[in-house]
Design a protein. Structure first.
Length: 146
């Protein structure tokens, strides 16, 4: 795992890589490149590569609206799971969330992503809410770090 590197997506190539991982993991909410650019302006995004191979991405939503709650989301492509990449993305995201003032940490996971739900629960997250976005048929789960 010594060749694992992280990049903040700033150009079209890395923004497209971040988008690819997001869209594979969340096929119910496909993002355009413009959507990703907008997210990069308000959140901290990272892309993870093993050498030159794309393995995952992360999002850290800083606290807003006078709260101290930050959201950390780590995504790993299915072919690269159970190799420690999610752990690295999660720890980096957690550190960044705390740097941005996050005292309470949440994550959101599409309920059909059973690997993601298991990962969050193993790391001490507990479910606080389950909801459907307009037009969706698969619920989202909000979990909070206990």
């Amino acid at each position: 795992m010594s060749d694992l590197r992280f990049e903040q997506p700033v150009d079209d190539a890395t923004l497209k890589d971040w988008r690819h991982v997001h869209n594979v993991i969340i096929p119910t909410h496909v993002l355009s490149l413009d959507d990703v650019r907008e997210r990069a302006g308000r959140n901290h995004l990272e892309v993870a590569y093993l050498g030159d191979v794309l393995v995952g991405c992360s999002t850290v939503r800083p606290p807003e609206d006078d709260t101290t709650t930050a959201t950390v989301i780590a995504r790993v492509l299915p072919a690269h799971r159970r190799q420690g990449f999610g752990e690295k993305l999660y720890v980096r995201g957690l550190d960044r969330a705390r740097e941005l003032g996050g005292e309470a940490i949440e994550t959101v996971i599409l309920s059909s992503n059973e690997d993601g739900v298991r990962f969050a629960r193993r790391h001490g997250f507990v479910e606080t809410e389950r909801y459907l976005l307009p037009g969706d048929t698969i619920p989202w789960i909000t979990l909070r770090l206990a």
